[in-house]
Design a protein around this ligand. Structure first.
Ligand SMILES: [Fe+2]
Ligand SMILES: [Fe+2]
Length: 145
């Protein structure tokens, strides 16, 4: 693998944990799928294979967002609507990124697609999902008091 394709390879770290095992598992799965896309680009697999892997990420993102929204309903999370609308905008952004990708300079453009997808997903985990993580912790603490 060349250095340039390592640019957007993601490693899970504990700083990404929301403290809810079933959600952390979903997020780790995302990371595996993004790294599999990375691998397909690095290995110069066919565009069909790359697009298949991209589609897996899009499908998984939608499934995961609905999973979070089901938990929000269970918790009576007050910022559910705000978070759900961010999910919807993120799905649109992901489809937009993947639709615009008609590669000329094959590797460089696919690396850019992977980088944007990684930034969008990881940015959402670190900025938005961490908000419900804090809410979940205080809710757990209150239940144990
Ligand atoms: Fe998430
Ligand atoms: Fe989320």
């Amino acid at each position: 693998m060349t250095g340039e394709t390592q640019v957007w390879k993601i490693e899970w770290d504990d700083g990404m944990s929301v403290g809810i095992p079933e959600i952390d598992e979903d997020h780790k799965h995302f990371i595996r799928l993004v790294n599999q896309l990375n691998q397909a680009v690095a290995d110069r697999m066919s565009v069909t294979e790359i697009k298949n892997r991209l589609q897996l990420i899009l499908d998984d993102a939608e499934r995961h967002f609905r999973h979070e929204e089901r938990l929000f309903a269970e918790w009576h999370y007050p910022d559910t609507d705000e978070h759900a609308s961010r999910h919807n905008r993120l799905i649109e952004a992901l489809y937009d990124i993947s639709a615009r990708s008609v590669p000329h300079d094959f590797a460089a453009e696919w690396i850019d697609v992977g980088l944007r997808i990684k930034e969008a997903l990881i940015g959402h985990i670190l900025q938005e999902d961490m908000k419900y993580a804090a809410f979940y912790r205080s809710r757990q603490a209150a239940a144990q008091a």
